[in-house]
Design a protein around this ligand. Structure first.
Ligand code: GUN
Ligand code: ZN
Length: 428
């Protein structure tokens, strides 16, 4: 049992403008789950012994952040200079991913990656591994030891890349199926079929992946779509028989409800409508989109068209593992599209919103009784500029906007998994 008395904020419903906030709240955790949450006054009136609480009156407790799209092997290419998507893949990313065939290397990288995620306040992620089984085994084993709710998949790619990172339609399907059988639904882990993008998959591979999606309907599906204009033109030349980029997936049953499509920046009107009708999710990766010069995702327009949205770091195209920094970039991209991203919407998105978009909202993303108790604790005193600015914040909304605009991982003093600290800052 753990009792935390602090400022507590979460979104118990899908109405982002209706957060539930306790200025002096108590979060009770038992056996890794939320047992109760409410104002301290209610607990005191009921005779609860508040001296048993850890008391952090100036901190803010939030559900753990969820990163809906990232590449675990690409920590090694973050901050690679001077290229847009297709060159960046060839020059930096593909060579870096080749190293993940080595299990020992992949295991060390997985430990380091998960340490980093927790330090940044991210408690769940949707990870692209490399095309090598070893990279997936390494990540799942490390995540299992830490009891993380994590979804990951072996990248499927059988053409248009160096031999060292290619599979074949047959081996890719076989490895994916073996990994599903071993890892999907084991503890808190889940599997995502992960065709990299249709340019690096043959028709045969897309076809086999669609069959697996049908055979294993509880498995997730994640890929990339419409990120960069040169990429879109290249996809057309690789797969000329399809109507457009989305059709390369549709034609093979690769747009089931809840499938996750990174980027979706340059969708046509028809693609947007078809994606909305199918219940596909467009994953907004603002940091990556700015860094790689990919474009400004029309976040509001997609939402208005009925497309489900998620938000993600997309490291290593993205330049930070911090979902707070991701929100800072999201705000700026939305500004350039004349949409004002409200801080309540922003924090909803990286908690319950992403849980809902990825169909994990029955487990994580908020503090309703019975939910798994993954949380982060923010202490504004950790960053002098934030501490100074937050003193002038008029209200909760203003405070959150300062955290997402000026904050980063330095604000995170604790990240807990199932109620137990998995990261604690050394000098909070
Ligand atoms: N499209 C295909 N592969 C990738 C990748 O690794 N990163 C990004 N940002 N886009 C991709
Ligand atoms: Zn990506």
């Amino acid at each position: 049992m753990r009792a935390i008395r602090s400022r507590v904020l979460h979104w118990p419903t899908d109405q982002w403008h209706q957060p539930e906030y306790f200025e002096d709240g108590i979060l009770l955790i038992d056996a890794g789950k939320v047992l109760d949450l409410g104002p301290a006054a209610r607990f005191i009136a009921a005779g609860f012994d508040v001296s048993t609480c850890e008391h952090y009156p100036t901190r803010l407790v939030l559900p753990g952040f969820i990163d809906a799209h990232l590449h675990f092997p690409q920590v090694d290419v973050m901050a690679s200079f001077g290229a847009q998507l297709l060159d960046w893949l060839q020059d930096y990313t593909f060579p870096a991913e080749a190293r993940y065939s080595d299990l020992v290397f992949a295991e060390a990288a997985a430990e380091s990656f998960l340490d980093l995620q927790l330090r940044h306040g991210t408690t769940s992620g949707f990870a692209f591994c490399s095309s090598h089984r070893n990279s997936v085994e390494a990540l799942f084993q490390a995540a299992e030891r830490r009891q993380l709710r994590m979804v990951a998949g072996k990248v499927l790619m059988d053409q248009n890349a160096p031999q060292a990172i290619l599979d074949t339609a047959e081996s890719g399907a076989r490895d994916s199926e073996d990994l599903i059988k071993t890892w999907h639904g084991r503890g808190r882990l889940g599997y995502a079929l992960t065709p990299r993008f249709s340019g690096t998959s043959s028709k045969a591979q897309l076809e086999k992946t669609g069959q697996l999606a049908q055979q294993y309907p509880t498995v997730w599906l994640q890929t990339h779509l419409s990120e960069n204009l040169a990429e879109i033109a290249w996809i057309k030349s690789v797969h000329p028989e399809y109507r457009d980029y989305l059709h390369t997936y549709e034609a093979h049953g690769l747009v089931p409800k809840g499938s996750l499509f990174g980027h979706c920046i340059h969708l046509t009107e028809s693609e947007t409508k078809r994606l909305a009708d199918a219940g596909g999710v467009a994953v907004f990766c603002p940091s990556s989109n700015l860094f790689l010069g990919s474009g400004l995702m029309p976040f509001e327009a997609l939402q208005a068209a009925g497309v489900e949205l998620a938000i993600a770091s997309d490291i290593g195209g993205g330049t930070s593992l911090s979902m707070l920094k991701t929100l800072a970039d999201a705000y700026k991209v939305c500004q350039l599209r004349h949409y004002v991203l409200h801080p309540f919407e922003a924090f909803y998105r990286i908690t319950r919103g992403n849980a809902r978009a990825t169909a994990l909202d029955a487990f994580i993303g908020d503090f309703r009784v019975g939910q798994e108790a993954d949380f982060v604790m923010i202490d504004p005193a950790c960053v002098p500029l934030v501490a100074r600015r937050v003193k002038d914040a008029k209200d909760l909304q203003g405070e959150l906007f300062i955290y997402m605009t000026l904050g980063d991982e330095q604000l995170i003093v604790e990240t807990s998994i199932l109620g137990e600290p998995a990261y604690r800052a050394s000098n909070p």
